[in-house]
Structure formats: C-alpha cells, structure tokens
Write a protein that binds this ligand. Structure first.
Ligand SMILES: Cc1cc2nc3c(=O)[nH]c(=O)nc-3n(C[C@H](O)[C@H](O)[C@H](O)COP(=O)(O)O)c2cc1C
Length: 218
C-alpha cells in the first residue's frame, strides 16, 4: 500500500471512529427542524444493517405533531409527577454512573418527546411473538432491528442529529392509537433532534477491553 493510500484509509477509519464516538444519547433538544433528507438518509443506512432473514422487515413511523406526541405521552402515562427524592432513594445503592443516568433520564421522558422536533418509531415484524419467545433464536428479529437502529443513530450523529431510544411499555395501545398493524411490534420510539446548549452528556463507564476479550476459552 502506498503512503498516500494508507493516509487516505486512516482518514476514513478516523471518520468512522469519530462518528461512533460522537453518537451519544441526548434527551435535551433544540427547537430546530431536522431536514427530512437527513432522516431519510439515516433510514437508508439503517436498512444496510445485517438481518436474520434477509428481508429487513422494518418500518419507520415519523411523528412531529403535538397531537401524535400526546398520544405517546398518554399511552405511556408519562404525565405522572416524579418525586426526585423518591427516585434517588430507589437508586441509592446502585452504581454511580448508572444512578446518574437514571436520575437524569427518568424526569425527562415526557419532555424529550415534547421537545424533539421529530420522533421516529421503529417497527419490525416479529419472527415469534415476544410472549411466545423461548430461545435467543426466537429474538433474531429484535436483534436485527437493533442493528438497524444503531446504523440509523450513527448516520444521524454524522449530521449532528442525536436521539434517545425510548422503549415503550404499552405497545398495544400505541399501535392502536397510531394505526400500526397488530402483527407488527415496536422496537423503539426515538425522539431525535439537535442537542440544546445545555444538553447533558452523561459519563460512560470505562471498560477495560482486554479483560472482556477471551481467547479460545473464557
Ligand atoms: C435497549 C435500550 C433501551 C433504552 N431505553 C431507554 C428509555 O426507555 N429511556 C431513555 O431515556 N433512554 C433509554 N436508553 C438509552 C440509554 O440510557 C443510553 O443508551 C445509555 O445510558 C448509554 O448512553 P449513551 O447512549 O450516551 O452511550 C435505552 C438504550 C437501549 C440500548
């Protein structure tokens, strides 16, 4: 390989690494519209992810109206007032980094849906209905759609757009309210947007990679 080619390859690798590091969960958004082509491009990149059955049976419902956002908030009962002291007590004995994340995230669940200029609901066709899954294999469809979600988030981050992968509890109610076919499942509801100046980026746990790699045997 020539030096120029090596330098070019290294630059490409840096771009990938920069985007991977740039992608972070953001729950505080600016009031600024995201151009639709950035969202469509991220979905296109989502569809390049590996999939268990080669079919990539994924759909994306885009939401931006207050009316639709309220349907989500209502379905997930996010209107409840959160007692911060109570919350702190629940996480008192947990790992500090994890505790910090939950104490920041839980009170923002409703606000992040209201403030995000767009919300992307990622829908997939289940191989086996979740309630009937018995083996990891039965969840291949879920694993695949999450590979798609990561590509989607990375592609957004490349354009300074960030998201937060909210997992709904009351999927059946949301499906009904939004007319999503019953045989499909919701993997995640992703509020997306440009991060606000005061957006909190939480500390990530430092991982000793060497300790996590097991050669030949555990
Ligand atoms: C499967 C999954 C479920 C998650 N559920 C939620 C959620 O319901 N609400 C939320 O605010 N964040 C949620 N998150 C975001 C995580 O809190 C976040 O990814 C984690 O704190 C790591 O931070 P980072 O993405 O900035 O590295 C979820 C992430 C994943 C992968």
């Amino acid at each position: 390989m020539t030096a120029a080619r090596w330098a070019m390859e290294k630059r490409k690798n840096m771009e990938l690494k920069e985007t991977i590091e740039k992608r972070r969960t953001i729950r505080d958004f600016q009031n600024k519209i995201i151009p639709i082509n950035i969202i469509e491009y991220a979905i296109e990149n989502g569809f390049k992810a590996p999939t268990y059955n080669h079919l990539r049976e994924w759909d994306f419902v885009l939401i931006s109206s207050l009316q639709s956002k309220l349907k989500l908030i209502e379905s997930e009962q996010l209107d409840k007032i959160i007692d911060y002291d109570e919350l702190e007590a629940i996480f008192r004995n947990e790992d500090t980094i994890m505790k910090e994340m939950y104490l920041d995230a839980i009170p923002k669940q409703k606000k992040m849906i209201l403030d995000a200029p767009s919300i992307v609901i990622v829908v997939f066709k289940p191989k086996t209905r979740v309630e009937n899954a018995k083996k990891i294999y039965d969840l291949n469809c879920l694993a695949s759609v999450w590979a798609c979600i990561e590509n989607f988030l990375l592609s957004l981050a490349e354009h300074d757009v960030y998201g937060v992968t909210f997992i709904p509890q009351n999927i059946d109610i949301i499906k009904k309210k939004l007319g999503i076919p019953d045989e499909l499942e919701i993997a995640s509801i992703i509020p997306i947007g440009y991060k606000s100046d005061s957006a909190k980026i939480l500390k990530q746990n430092r991982i000793n990679i060497i300790e996590r790699i097991h050669s030949e045997n555990w």
